[in-house]
Design a protein around this ligand. Sequence first.
Ligand SMILES: *Cc1c(COP(=O)(O)O)cnc(C)c1O
Length: 419
Amino acid sequence: MTDPMALVPPDLLERVLRGWRDLSPRLVPLGRDRPEGEQGIFVNPPATRGSTVLFSSVGAMEQAGHGRYGDELIYGAMGTPIGHRLEQAIATIEGGTHAQLVPSGLAACALPFLAYAKAGEHCLLADSVYGPTRRFAEKVLRRFGVEITYFPPTATEAELRGLIQPNTRIIFAESPGSHSFEVQDVPMLGRLAAQIGARLIVDNTWGIGLFSPFQHGAHASVQALSKYPSGHSDLILGAVTVASEADWRPLRDAAIQAGQVAGPDDCALTLRGLRTMGVRQMQQAATALAVALWLEGRPEVARVLHPALPSCPGHEYWKRDFTGASSLFGVVFDAAFTTEDMVAMIDGLSLFGIGASWGGYESLVLPTTGGISRQCPSVTQAGPTCRLHIGLEAAEALVADLARGLDGMSAARHGHGPA
Ligand SMILES: *Cc1c(COP(=O)(O)O)cnc(C)c1O
């Protein structure tokens, strides 16, 4: 088999990698001090563990409480030095001014609602949000009297206007959407939110470093740091970034009031993982593009949902608003195949782990048929679907593994038994 990288047009590859190339050198010194005077510093800031902070006097303790809002060192539950460094790093990558760490990506999805919504208000959520974000809206927000409507991720401005109510206070987008990968017109959502005095929240986990939420009208950006930033599938962590004092104070207050604290070891590991995120992604995104293009040429595949390819809904917004692509995409199989055919194929793969939390260094596959809830009619459902996360393995090896699986799937369907 020829190297699948040969399928990738050089200009498209450059387009997909540009953002990572720009980001890569910026990641190295983030959240680190320069050495001062004669004293050197370690490359990696230490993980500071602690609950109690001691002061020389009651006056000094009171003084410490009046530092930069959010950086006070007075109690472990208010944050730690290593956490503040990571917050600074994430805020810089996202183009915001302040970030708040929370113990998971899901907690980061929930925090803006806790900060900005109240009973009797209405929130619009993209129909393709991360499943547990939807579950939080259904099981928690509704119980506290917050009204929820889901909008089609491909909705036009006119369609969205039809869903807005006088009490709409939050629009929550995730672009591209979980599993179905619709890239959203976030600038349009930003204009709409500004017009009605609502806040636009964006889950920017897929697009970290490639999409600037605050340049497109977002008030808060959500990150699951468990994914590409930590990068090694060994921790769970999240962050919310904002770009104004008006958005920062309620966010920080809600985090403290709800006891949202990040563990220092997870912060240190994430800061370490961040250093290599650019170079990992240059490799992983290039391989992902090659695998996606190769899959497009297979007869078993009806559609590849990769934002850098024209067949992905909202591809034009990706071209306009993103500086690159990451290594997670969807595959829709031909309707001739059943979910059981796909599952048997997946079970037979040897280089793809079967698992959910992506963003690490190894390739993953996850069946998505039947596992996602949508209220609005989905534009992407034909045959069975799965999601691929491409890791650091060579494209040639991944494609050989997939070729064996797909050949077997075709042969079984056509009654000849696996090839
Ligand atoms: C994984 C994920 C989350 C949740 O992150 P956890 O750290 O696993 O809680 C939120 N949003 C998106 C888009 C994700 O992919």
